[in-house]
Structures are given as C-alpha cells and as structure tokens.
Design a protein around this ligand. Sequence first.
Ligand SMILES: [Zn+2]
Length: 762
Amino acid sequence: MKLAKHLLTLAAALLCGIAVQGQTTDSVDVIHYDVALDLSEFSPFSGVATLDMRLTRPCAKIGLELIGTVDSILVNGVAVAEPDIDSIGTASIAIGDTFTVTVYYHGRHNVESYGFGGFHFDNNMSYNLGVGFGTDPHPVGRAVFPCRDNFTDKATYTLHIKSHSGWTAECSGLPQSRSVDGEGCELSTWVIDQPVCTYLVGISQAAYNRYQTTAGGYPVTVGSTTLGTNTMQSVFELLDTVVPMFERCFGPYRWGRIGYIGTARGSMEHVNNIALAAQAMTSVFAEGQATIAHELGHAWFGNLVTCKEEGDMWINEGGASFTSEVAREATSGRKRANRYYQENLEKVILTTHITDGSYLPLHGMPHAITYGSTTYDKGWMVWHSLRGYLGEERFYAAVRQLMERCAFGNLDAYEIRDSLSLYSGVDLTEFFDFHVFNAGFVDYHVEATLSNSTNVSISVRQRTVGTDAVAHDNRVPIVFYNAAGDTCKRWVCFHGADTTISRMTLPIVPEYFVIDPNCEISDAATVGSVSTASGYDATEIAHFELRANSAEHNATYWVEHHYAPAFDIENVTGVVRPSNRYWVIRSSCPFNKGTEARFHYVRSGYSNSSTPDLDRGFYERSSTLDSMALLWRRTSREPWQVVTHRHTTDANDGYMLLDNLQTGEYTLAVIDSNLISITQACAVPVDAVLFPNPVRQGQPLSLEVPVEGTFETTVLDTSGKQVWHQSGCLNGLKIKPELPSGTYLVRIENNFISLQSKLIVL
Ligand SMILES: [Zn+2]
C-alpha cells in the first residue's frame, strides 16, 4: 500500500505524539534527577536524590522505588513527618505543576540472584548494571537512587560522585568537573542532557587505567582495571569503522561521547558508559567485537527509541543484535556478516523454541523470558529480514526517519509497524502479522522450468515451522545464473501460501537459480556454496561436503539447506519417518561423476557436535542409523528415490555418502527396506531407453535418451571391458554394434549426464 503524502505527514505527527507520551498511565512524570552519591566507603553508601517531577493525574500520594534505607524525605524543601518512600503526599500539588522530592538514603551492595542487575561493590571496582534478568520490573535504577523504574518515564540527570580515595569515577553523561578533596577522594559531576530511562544510568568507580581516543568525531573513553593501553587500542579500533557506519544506517549519534568500562559481570548499554564483560575486552575475537557493537547499537535501538513495554523487548535487543551484524559488515564485508547472520538463524531455528520453552511471537513476550533467545536472536532475524523485505535503501531511510521522529520516545510493535510502513511507503501489516505477532518461521520451495531461453516459469510454495499460520505478502529473492556466470535477481512477490508465474522474461538465458543466495530474507534456510576446484570443500552452514579429487568436471555447487520437511516425502511408500530438513543442490553441472557428496547428520543431543539439535525429533538413537537413507529427486516433478544407505562410521556425528553428485533435492529418512529399495539413481537413472531390448544379433537399436546435445555411447561386457564405443551420438540415433549374444551394459555420457542401461543381445 502506498500512502498519500498528506496522510503521511498527518500520521507521522500522530505516531510520534503517541511515542513521546508513553508515561500517560502514570500519575507522575520525573523530569530531572539530581543524584549525589558518596561511594568513598563502598557499601553501604549514602545518597541524596532530588527529583523534579510533574503531576500528570490527580492523586493524593505517589510512590518511588528504592532498594535501600530512607533517612528523610522533603517535598518542595519541606521535611515529611513520617517518611515513607511508597507513599509521598502530593495532595497540595495541582495537576501539571512541577514539584521536587528530595530523599536522603543509604544503599548497599545489592545484586539479583542471577548475579547481574543491581549495584556491585567488588574488591577492585564499584559499578551498577541497570537491568535485572530476574527482577520485576526489569529496570533496577532503584539499586542506586530512588526513582520511577520503568521503560517509559525518561528524564535528564545530574550526578555528583564522591569516589573512594585514590579511585576515579566513570559515569553516564558528560563530565563537568573533577577535583580531589583533602582525603584524596575524587569529586566529579556528570550531566545527562537527553531524556533517558533510569536503567540507562551507569555509575562506576575504580583505579581506572584509561584509554582515550575518538571515533567518528566523538570522544571515546575506555576504562579498565586490568588492561594496558595497547590492548584497549586494538580492541576498540573497530569503532573507527563502526560509528560512521551506524550513523549512515541509523542516523546521528545523539549522546555526545562514547564510553566503555570493563566489568567482572556482563555487558549493559548505559548511556555514555557501557559496561562491558571483561572477556569482551581482552582480545580482538569475534564474539567480543560483536558485544562491543551490540551495546553501542543500543544508542539507537533501546536508548533513543525504547520499547513501550517489556513484552516488546525485541525492539531494543533484536535491534541491537542486528546492529552487531551491520558492524560485522562494516569491518569484514557482507560475506562474513552473512555467515555471522546465518549462524544466528540456525541457532534460532534449531534451539530457541527449546531454550524459551516454545515457539513464541516476538510481541507480548512473557516477563520471565523478556531477555530470552526469542527476543534477542529471533528479534535480530526480523530486523534483518525487514532490511531484505524493504530493500537496503528504503529500509535504512525508514529506520533513520523512525530514529529522528521518535527520538527519546517509546514505541510498541504496532507503532513500529505503522511508523516503518509510513516512512517506507510499504504496508508491513502482513509481514508483522507473521513475523512479529505470530510464532514460527517460513521456508520457501521454488521450482522453475528453464527452457534454454530467456523465458522461465516459476512456482513457489511455502512451508511453515512452529506455526500453522500462513505468511502473506511474501517476497522471495531468486538469483538466476547463466553459463558465463552472469546473474540476475528477481523478487517473487505473492500473497498466500503459493504462487505460479507461468512466464518470466530475464535478460540472460539461465542455467540454474538459487533462492536467496545473499541471505536477504529470514526464511528457514541457510545457503552455502562449494567448489570441486581444490578436491575438498565444505559448507558447514549448509551441512554439506564435497570430496572431488576424481571429479569429472570442475564446477561450483550452491547448497540450500532448508529447516523444514521436504515436500511430498511423507507419502513415499517405505518412508517410516522423514527428517525435518532437506537440501537442494544447484549448479550448471547437473551430474559430476567421481564427486563424493557428504550430507551431515547428528544424533540428537550429541554434545560434541556444534549442532546437537540438527536432527532432533528425527534421529534420536544410534541404532536408527542402520535404517537411515538418503533420498533424492532431480526436481519436484519426479518421485523421491533412495540413493544411498552408505555413511561414515561415526553414529553420532557423520555423513551420508553419495558417489556421484547430481543436482536436485536430497533429504534423510528412516525407511523400511522391505518396502523401498535402493536405486542407483545417481548412476543408473531409469529413463535411458534402448529399443528394442532384447535385440537380435546384427539388428539395429535406437537410443532414446533425455539428453541435450551429443553424447558418447559405450558398451561394456559383464566383466566391465569396453566392447563397443561411438562418439557424437544424438537422441534417436540408431546404432548397430556387432555383439555376440549375451548381457551388456550400455553407458551414455556427456559433460552433464551419465545414463546406463542393461542390454540383452539374443
Ligand atoms: Zn542488549
């Protein structure tokens, strides 16, 4: 749906009006916190907090949250007789009026049972982590100062920190001043000028070793108690590339400066003062770099535009995880970023429903798993998929507009949907219905008829995993390849479960095609490619290997690995239990003699495997391996047939082995060998016809074979010795080999195909 321009402006104002008034359900809105903390004696510490607030609804009293002991409370400078943090009288205050509440208090080391959220006083460092996994509500600003702990009441802050003697502070905000008192304690002041939630205020003190630099024009401070400058310099070098990339993609960085501190426990996106798990800082390893990027990405996803309710945490966490992919793309290129993304996709499809208890929609996440894998990892998938769905340029333009118009506001999933629809001009209703408001995944099966011309016909079917719902308004990228390696991409867009396009005209004559080879959408499939060039190649992400030392042809193979049961397999006689996944091998070389193909299997729960859940529900007991077979069909118009039982000896984590690779669909199944037998499909297809057969000595016979172009015909006797040969044969040719009576094998081959048939000479 394209929206009219005047509607666009009107609706934009409306959406962001909603966005910045997220706190309408509360009776009070905190405008500013002034917090003075004396941390010089560690825990317990003392504090004075003055909150500037506005009453938004009539009420006689309000409550604040604090983990600590209240010494006294003043309202508009007047001491309250019996101070109670849960019940502060506001009867004399009119709606809309601003007033101040000052709280004198003591707090102490207080950390949730997960060991994460709260105020940590360790031997060498004091720091807070603003969110608790197991707390309710999740924000735990209250471990540090009295506040309104939620995701919508955003305020500005002034922080005054008295540090332990010889230590210095690192906090959220811009540093205003630092001095040292007569006892050697640092006194510092910090100002956060932008409205942020309580959970984003980070406070820390330690004997910091500081590394200071700039990135993208912003000052950067890194504080660590253990690392030297050289290590910090190499670990944070990625910011030079990542900050400009994030600004190009998501709009300006709004927070003035960038700061990280190393902590013993976990990482947390405090504004200007990101807490970073120590292990992420110790070396330049991929996971650590991803964490550095993820936390910085929160400067847009979460800190600037925040979920309105915890049940939409995917907006914050899925968005930040997506930014770590964007960072990988900036530092290492799209190919590596795709690999990183596909590893996440596989993890989500194989394990997230186990980790989180079931297949769950992103929206309305239950409290206990607010910070579960669905939120982070499936949330990432959906942001990634939106980029593919809208197209790179349109997506980033819409996200930048969202960040601009709804800056410092709150949105729920519906408002994200409507905002992005508006800013992109693409109606995202159906996309959100399936990917955000529903559980599960969609996988696409594409069959195309390529007729050696620029015209192709295509049919697309979908299969869903973890849901009975159907995805509508589908967009599936298909890339066609010709003999010279030229490509052209077409998006197949359709409503409903499937579609057929009887004629599509391309600028090239395609030899084959691949579904989404550039990983643009989050369908339930991974894709990789292998080549025969080096004799051995593997695509781990598609669970496939090639041993090609004796390969007849040099060729590249694309391998689609679909995490859904193959179509039509359940009705094959003799199939007792089909697997939950299938491969499609695509190439311009449809048959490659001497190329051993290896299809990965993993016994469920085998912990030494990198993917112990790959065959969960299909391959549970090692004895099953005896009845497991690999099935193949060249296209979905042909029947499935068993092509091999052969496998590596490892019953837990191994490969089904196939001698001569042929393009087409493959899947694993447990079969009943009494009902289905092995067909040497990849060496002896049934469709070579010699006529007549049997033939009398000296009589001609015709070759009726579905082979394009010329081919070689070879006749072998029962000992395998060649007894007759002719080159340059064509379909329909009559041959007249001089053969004594007996049984022979006729082999018909060219660069692309190898057929065999038994011949009886009478
Ligand atoms: Zn995060």
